[in-house]
Ligand binder design. Sequence first.
Ligand code: S3P
Length: 175
Amino acid sequence: MKIRNIVLIGFMGTGKTSVGKRLAKQLNWNFIDTDVAIEEISGMSVPEIFRKHGETRFRSEEKALIKRLIEREGYVISTGGGTPLRAENWEILTQIGLIISLYAPIDTILERIGGSNDRPLLKADRDENERLLLSRQPIYNKADLIINTTEISIDEVVDEILYNIEDRTKDGTSD
Ligand code: S3P
């Protein structure tokens, strides 16, 4: 069966953007990072949108953007960590394509992105971040495929995805 697009979901710092870029290159598909697209459309960085207009505004930009992606084909789409949380967004993502969830435990995530200040929802307190991750994980786990990125490189994650989608296109489990 044909896979129209691939949607990467998961918590901040699970590698959606790095994996998505490399995956798109390997497949010779287009790549979109929803955060970057929102920044381009609004002319503001994500932290700026949160600061000036609040999370509600960011979420409505995010929803409007993914709605427009339904028509696309041949895209690897890296979403923001909060994108799949609302039921209406989840519904849209399932229409866009195959949903792949990237996972890492909180300490790995904080090692990767703990020092950065471009994520308004990342807190200084480890346990607070862990609570947020755990509260979201059931939704990330609804994906068609879940990959634990903890011990493996970006290239290995990409290889695992390529192997999996090759299998799906062969035996018709997708679509
Ligand atoms: C968010 C994650 C961010 C970005 C925004 C909100 C979240 O994207 O969309 O800061 O709710 O987890 P990344 O997952 O790419 O960091």
